[in-house]
Structures are given as C-alpha cells and as structure tokens.
Ligand binder design. Structure first.
Ligand SMILES: Cc1ncc(COP(=O)(O)O)c(C=O)c1O
Length: 463
C-alpha cells in the first residue's frame, strides 16, 4: 500500500518539479537541501532565495516584450518594483541589480531610496513613482528628489488636493501622474476604491487645473485593481475603461504617454497553481493597442508595479514541530516553534494559503494534522490548503525531529506583522537567512538577522 508521505505528495501534485525535489527523503528547494540550512541555523527560520527574484523580473520583462513584439506595439514596457511588498535591503539591492524602476508609497520610502542612491545602487534616471497619500514629509521628500535631479520622479496624485501641496514653496518643473479610483469587484464592501481620483473628475481636473499650470506636465495615468490581474470579465472591463480614459485624456494632453496598470500578477499559493502569464500579458498589450488604435491615439508606454510577483516566491518560513497534542479522538495538533499570526500574518488576516511541505521524513507514513502556533490566540493555526480542507505530515514519533516549510511568503508578511517589533505573546521575530548563488552557481547562505532578543523587545516597551 502506498501510504508514505512521498506517495501522498506525488499522487496529489505534479511532483517533483523545477522548484521542489526530494533527495534521501529530505526536501530541496531550487536544489538547496533545506535540512542543511536548518542544521546550520535552527528554526524558526525565515529564508530568502535571491535568484528567484531575478528570475521573476526577467520572466515578466520577457513576456511583455514578446507580447509587444507580436502586435508591433509602438512603445516600451517598464518594470517597476512595488517597494511596500518587501523593503529589506537584500531585496531592494537585488531588484536594482536588474535595473528596475521603483514604486513607493510613503515618506520613509524616499529615505530608503536616498540610501540606495548613496551606495551607488539607484540611478538618477530611474522612474520613481510616488503613490500613496502625500502627507507633508512625503511631499517634502518628493520635492527634494526632484530638486536633486532625479528627473523621473513622478508623484501620482491620489486626490485633487495633492498638487497644491507639491507646488507650495517649490519652483522646479516636474511631471505628475493621476491615479484612477477603480470600481471594486461586485462582491466587495463598497463600489469604488478610496484610492485615486474618480473617473468622471479626471479629464475636467486636467483641463481646469493641470493644463493651466506651466510648472507641471501630466505624464502618466495609473490604475490598480485590488483583486489582481485575473482573466475575469471584471478585470477586462476595468482595463478597457482605464484605457478609454487614457485616450480621452491623451486627446487633451499631448504630454501624456505612460499608462501604469499597477501590480497584481498572482503567485503560486499551492503546488497545482495554474495561471497563464504569457496569455495575460499578451491580452493586456493587445487590448491596450486595440483601444488606442480605434481611438486614433498613440499607444502608451506600459508600466507595471509587481510586488508579490517580484518577491513573493523567493521567501519561505521553516518551523520545527515541537510537540504533538491529541485534543480528542480525531484532532491531532502539531505545535510549531513560532506563530502563524506573527510570522505569516496573512494566513490569519485574509486566509492566505501557501505551498506547504514536510522538510524531512518523506519515507514515513503520513497523518492528518492541524498546525498550531505558540501564541495563546485560538486563531493561531493552519489546517487547510487551497486544494484540500486538511493538511498532512509524516507521522510524529517520539525522538524523531520533524520540520515543515511554508513557501512563497516573501511578500508583505514582515511589512504587516513588523520585523523585530513587539509581537503577540512576545514571540521573537525569527532568524533571517539569505540564500544566493556565487559565480560558480554554488549556493551559499548568509545570516541577515539573528533571532530577536528579549532586550530589543523590552527596549521598545520602555523597560
Ligand atoms: C499602487 C499599488 N501598486 C502595486 C501594488 C502591488 O501589488 P501586488 O503585490 O499584488 O503586485 C500595490 C499593492 O498593494 C499597490 O497598492
């Protein structure tokens, strides 16, 4: 009978694959034997595999460029990284090595970019798209960037008051964008996004205010669909509305030549995830071109701001099972050595699922379990995958260590739960280790942050 963990995974998924393999009953991730990493650093452990960031950037660039070539698109594609998905220096340095542009969202983002410029990583002509609500410090930092000669710094107006703030006490000429407030998906709690300027206000606002101002040029129209780029009627409808508005605006404003379609390329949240990225890129490009052609408007330069897609698949969280509790005849609880709420907050907040696999003991029989976190919060658990309302792991045995891994969690988790701050039940932030490859393509690890100390938490708390 095939009742080993390895049989279960091989029968359920296309396994092994390019990303995951098993050697001597232990999991390898992109050819990195994870047990070796665990032996060196212990758990809980957050790891970041940097080559995956580069792979994804290059893949998307290639897809959009091919899509454009196929329809003879007469403008270019520009990849921006949405910094809020992970601000870690190792992420920013990796994306900048790949010559991407940046999209940022608040005042401190600019301080971070300043540091990257000082260290020679950020070029002065990179596009810096400043989204988000512009509070005074953010406005000041944007002005300072424009002043210093970051010629492609483009504040994207989130509302009609921001331009006045940007112009106040500032006499340099600069380019701006406008964010459209998109309609939310029908099942959402409200109709229109709170972010951006309403559709019907965009052209009148341009004619009444921007057009009359010699200091600013409207360069970009921006929109972002909260639910991501999906092959749904809703998405295509929103895209065509945005392109139609671009054409209306372009007919009034010859400076306008950029359309930013935001982020939202999905990532693999389970091992059988299927998404036709090439088709979506081709369809987006073709639709933009068609609508512009029909309206007699030159097609725009296309910008994207992929956050999750850039960095999500490069991250993993590894835990060990510290104990097993049997709470009734059917429910087995495997307790991890950290907390889902503090290390993978999306599992709790939006029921996010991740590819989840055992790291060792693949030759053992499997059992159905619930995974429990160490906080005393009843919500601190994980017990379902996308394809199944249950999770399975090799059977626990006294004296046998068991490790588990959650993959593709490189985006947003630290930004949401904080890294090294005060955490639920004072559980410390885990160690963070970077995995990269050298010039001979050999993998190596580097400790980025030690496990948080009680001293650092006490200091924050005022002790
Ligand atoms: C304006 C904007 N652009 C891009 C993104 C990135 O989205 P994603 O991580 O889904 O690619 C976000 C995410 O919230 C956003 O608000």
């Amino acid at each position: 009978m095939k009742n080993k963990y390895v049989d279960l995974i091989e029968q359920t998924f296309e396994f092994p694959n390019d990303e995951f393999t098993v050697v001597n009953n232990e999991l390898q991730w992109y050819g990195v034997p994870l047990m070796e990493v665990i032996k060196q650093y212990g758990t809980p452990l957050r790891i970041a595999y940097l080559p995956k960031i580069e792979m994804n950037i290059q893949r998307v660039r290639r897809m959009f460029n091919v899509a454009m070539a196929k329809v003879d698109y007469a403008a270019d594609y520009n990849y921006c990284y949405c910094t809020k998905s992970s601000h870690f220096s190792f992420v920013m340095e990796t994306v900048l090595k790949n010559e991407v542009n940046l999209e940022c969202s608040s005042a401190f983002d600019m301080n971070l970019l300043e540091a990257l410029y000082q260290s020679g990583r950020l070029k002065k002509d990179a596009f810096i798209l400043c989204n988000g609500f512009k509070r005074p410090q953010y406005v000041e930092n944007i002005q300072s960037f424009i002043d210093q000669g970051f010629i492609n710094t483009i504040p994207i107006l989130d509302n009609k008051f921001e331009l006045d703030a940007l112009l106040q006490g500032f006499d340099k000429k600069f380019q701006i964008g406008i964010r459209i407030a998109t309609e939310e998906e029908p099942k959402f709690d409200f109709y229109t996004s709170r972010l951006g300027v309403r559709y019907s206000d965009v052209v009148p606002y341009y004619k009444e205010v921007i057009k009359k101002n010699k200091q600013v040029k409207l360069k970009m129209l921006h929109f972002f669909i909260n639910t991501g780029i999906q092959d749904t009627l809703y998405y295509w409808n929103e895209l065509s509305k945005a392109v139609a508005l671009y054409c209306d605006l372009r007919q009034e404003c010859p400076d306008l030549d950029c359309l930013d379609i935001g982020g939202g390329f999905p990532i693999q949240s389970h091992l059988d995830f299927v998404y036709d990225y090439e088709y979506m890129a081709e369809e987006i490009v073709a639709q933009i071109k068609n609508i512009c052609q029909q309206r007699g408007v030159p097609e725009p330069r296309i910008f994207t701001e992929f956050g999750s897609y850039t960095v999500g698949e490069s991250g993993a969280m590894l835990y060990s099972i510290v104990n097993q509790k049997q709470q009734n005849d059917r429910e087995l609880w495997n307790m991890i050595d950290s907390s889902f709420m503090t290390t993978l907050p999306d599992t709790w907040a939006i029921d996010q699922r991740y590819p989840f696999l055992s790291i060792n003991n693949w030759d053992q029989e499997y059992e159905r379990v619930h995974l429990g976190g160490l906080t005393c919060d009843s919500q601190d658990y994980y017990n379902a995958e996308v394809h199944s309302n249950a999770i399975f792991l090799p059977k626990m045995e006294i004296g046998r260590e068991q490790y588990v891994g959650f993959f593709h969690c490189g985006a947003y988790q630290e930004a949401l739960s904080g890294f090294g701050g005060v955490q639920h039940c004072l559980l410390p932030a885990p160690k963070l280790v970077i995995i990269d490859r050298d010039e001979n393509n050999e993998w190596y690890t580097k400790l980025f942050a030690k496990e948080q100390s009680y001293k650092s938490m006490m200091k924050i708390l005022g002790y």
